[in-house]
Design a protein around this ligand. Structure first.
Ligand code: ASP
Ligand code: MG
Length: 411
């Protein structure tokens, strides 16, 4: 059996935790598995390094910042290898230039272009456990680039694919993917199995368990993922392609994102091409627009409302203001802080009334809905930020998610 094991920052935050991770790797190695380990920076190391950079220069960015942030993952890899050696496991911490991962060179959020698996294969052939710093790859000019926040999950999935591993195990401080964030919904239950699309929707709508790009890659390459409890090692949630909508609960989990803002442009002269022009400008400005709501025009004027990640709120507002002048719209409004609550499940494709049930739950809780967006397997509602946690609890209860393990539970 060949497995990629990924350990996140929380699992490596202290010396005893690093030793615990090493013991877990050693157990798999001694059981005869070929183990490839991918690590994130310890604890809050990435945030601390970012803060250090901003202390020196408020606008810190570019290649030097990538180099600085990459030290967090390198330190983790070296430490874990030291712990493994102390347990008698022959391990090899790889430097970023030794992994064979090549990026497009885009600083701060590079895309991986290729992986030469030979160095890793050689380690495995020699019976060594390779320990790899996640989150980093080498640019065409030889510089180190980072792959975006949370991207060591992505490194793990790419390696699992390239090495044809049997699975990618992701160790977390939660025992599994849960039906909701347990800090907000204490009765949240474990979800034993998820389809890639379900996990993708959950990651995109605020679940912090796995990075969404990593899930998208796992789907593309059919890499089976297991979310495992760091403390016990038990497999909590299996994520794969098998599950379809038949016999599946209509909703398997709920999520909450508190990281969005909404922009509204009122009084847009109703002419063909206006939306094309507006959203082209926003896209070219690098703004990632999510929910879009277009009103039916009245008296030759229409209205559009869209959501953006909160960190982009000011940029989006400024862009909308410039557009307003260009197209002769009446005004721009900005809700700086909205929350989005979502329910997800492939089973909803074959059933009716999921949206109605969600709206009823929010209505019973006295919560006002600002925007709605849906996909085939998701219904999401934007609400006032202060209503977010209550909204999550209300929909979690309405779909009966906490009582029994969600998959195969309700019909
Ligand atoms: N250390 C990086 C971050 O926090 C990558 C990761 O944790 O996956 O964003
Ligand atoms: Mg991290």
């Amino acid at each position: 059996m060949r497995v990629v094991q990924k350990y996140g920052g929380a699992s490596l935050a202290t010396g005893p935790l690093v030793r615990h991770a090493a013991e877990r790797v050693a157990r798999s190695h001694r059981a005869g598995d070929e183990v490839v380990v991918v690590v994130s920076a310890r604890g809050t190391a990435t945030d601390d390094l970012l803060a250090q950079a901003r202390e020196v220069s408020a606008g810190a960015g570019g290649g030097a910042l990538d180099l600085l942030l990459s030290t967090g993952e390198q330190a983790s890899a070296a430490l874990l290898a030291i712990a493994l050696e102390s347990l008698g496991v022959r391990a090899r911490a790889l430097g970023i230039h030794e992994i064979g991962l090549r990026s497009d060179g885009c600083s701060g959020g590079a895309q991986v272009e290729s992986l030469d698996p030979e160095p890793l294969r050689r380690c495995l052939a020699e019976g060594l456990v390779p320990v790899i710093p996640g989150f980093c790859a080498v640019a065409p000019d030889g510089a180190i680039t980072t792959l975006g926040r949370g991207a060591s999950d992505k490194t793990a999935v790419i390696l699992a694919h390239a090495l044809q591993a049997d699975r990618c195990e992701v160790y977390k401080d939660v025992p599994a993917v849960l039906t909701a964030d347990p800090r907000i919904v204490p009765e949240a239950a474990e979800v034993p199995e998820l389809n890639y699309d379900e996990m993708l929707e959950l990651s995109r709508t605020g679940a912090k368990v796995l990075q969404s790009d990593a899930v998208a890659l796992a789907k593309k390459y059919s890499v089976p993922i297991e979310v495992r409890a760091f403390s016990s090692g038990r497999a909590g949630t299996r994520i794969g392609a098998e599950l379809t909508g038949v016999d599946r609960a209509e909703v398997v989990a709920a999520s909450l994102s508190m990281e969005e803002s909404a922009i509204t442009i009122d009084g847009i002269p109703d002419r063909p091409g206006q939306l094309a022009r507006m959203f082209r400008t926003l896209a070219d400005g690098g703004l990632n627009v999510d929910t879009i709501i277009l009103g039916i025009p009245e008296a030759g004027r229409s209205q559009v409302c869209f959501s953006v990640p909160r960190e982009d709120c000011e940029r989006a507002r400024a862009a909308a203001e410039r557009l307003r002048i260009e197209i002769g719209a009446a005004r721009v409004r900005c809700e700086g802080a909205i929350a989005k609550v979502a329910v997800v499940g492939v089973g909803m494709q074959s059933r009716q009334g999921v949206a109605a049930r969600m709206f009823e739950a929010l209505s019973l809780a006295g919560i006002n809905i600002l925007m709605v967006s849906t996909s085939e397997i998701k219904v999401a509602c934007a609400v006032a930020e202060s209503d977010g946690p209550r909204a999550l609890r209300a929909v979690h209860a309405a779909f009966g998610l906490g009582r029994t393990p969600a998959a195969g539970g309700k019909g």
